[in-house]
Design a protein around this ligand. Structure first.
Ligand SMILES: [Mn+2]
Length: 332
């Protein structure tokens, strides 16, 4: 049945996806090689462009997918994204099994693989895999203890995360993921190429922090609006909350490879007392997201700017209403 053929583990190219790929790779090698059915296991990142021809994804090959969309031909599949099913038919095709698991309540992918492996394959995770799961939850769900940790954190996981923003070539994440199969985060973070990339990334971060204030359009009622669409500036995801820790919401415009993106989110370190569902708000603009963070990709820069400004105004209104409601409650 061709079981001697190579199994390719396709993983989402971000920190938790890489850890998920490495962990599944190690588990398969440890626990399935024993029964002699498994050939080599290789980790290869997958990207959003590959969704276009999803039906024919890796046709005729043996593959697994982690931290990315469900595929019915995947030999193993693990994900935590609520948006994992590309069609209702694909949703129908999924049922939890010994080889597939989906848990949209998991903050990241590695913990759900470890849980699954303990349950089905009697797998006892090593300390280094527990460490990867721990940091994956923090990084993927933006559960940093402070904005300082998010921006300046120096733990090995955070150094790797930051180095990914300046990957020297496309195959690099595969190299790091392969290294994580047999090494801990500290060992991978101390690789010369990771250290070099990390130094470059921190210089970019410092520049981004410096350039952020000039992008601010206005700040009012606990909401800040910025326009970081210029291709002449560096961007840092949490620069807005580093400079403006007192705001409840940020709304901005940023460039992407395929146009402009409007993004809105709660301040994770100063969340609003009565939050609005930001993802639902973004559905009006053809986008989506979670309660705390969402985005959309309007057709033009102008539309993105207009949309962002509208969303920001709506959030100001919401905050004002929420505040007057709580004042009314206080006085009764
Ligand atoms: Mn991911």
């Amino acid at each position: 049945m061709g079981h001697d053929r190579q199994l390719t583990i396709h993983y989402h190219r971000d920190f938790d996806g890489m850890c998920a790929g490495a962990i599944l790779s190690r588990i398969r090698q440890d626990h399935v090689l024993k029964d002699g059915r498994e050939g080599a296991v290789v980790c290869q990142s997958v990207n959003y462009d590959q969704r276009k021809d999803w039906d024919h994804f890796c046709e005729g090959e043996r593959f697994a997918i982690v931290d990315f969309h469900f595929h019915p031909r995947a030999e193993y599949w693990f994900d935590h994204h609520p948006t994992t099913f590309l069609t209702p038919e694909l949703r129908e095709a999924y049922a939890p099994s010994e080889r597939w698991s989906w848990d949209e309540n998991s903050p990241s992918c590695p913990p759900l693989i470890l849980k699954h492996a303990a349950h089905y394959w009697d797998y006892e995770p090593s300390e280094r895999f527990r460490e990867m799961a721990h940091w994956s939850d923090i990084i993927d769900a933006a559960r940093f203890e402070s904005v300082d940790q998010a921006v300046f954190g120096d733990a090995p996981a955070l150094r790797i995360m930051r180095s990914l923003t300046v990957a020297p070539h496309t195959g690099w994440v595969d190299e790091l993921t392969t290294a994580l199969i047999d090494n801990d985060l500290e060992q991978v973070a101390c690789r010369e190429d990771v250290e070099k990339a990390h130094q470059r990334a921190t210089r970019n971060r410092d520049k981004a922090l410096e350039q952020f204030p000039a992008t601010v359009q206005w700040k009012r009622g606990g909401v800040i609006l910025y326009d970081a669409s210029s291709n002449k500036i560096r961007r840092e995801r949490f620069a807005v909350f580093y400079h403006h820790p007192e705001v409840f919401y940020s709304v901005g415009v940023i460039p992407t490879r395929s146009g402009f993106h409007m993004t809105a989110g709660e301040n994770p370190w100063n969340p609003p007392a009565t939050p609005l569902h930001v993802g639902q708000l973004m559905e009006t603009y053809g986008g989506g997201g979670h309660r705390a963070v969402g985005g959309a990709n309007p057709e033009s820069l102008e539309a993105a700017r207009r949309g962002a400004a509208e969303v920001a105004e709506l959030l100001v209104e919401h905050m004002a209403k929420a505040e007057s409601a709580s004042r009314t409650l206080d006085s009764t």
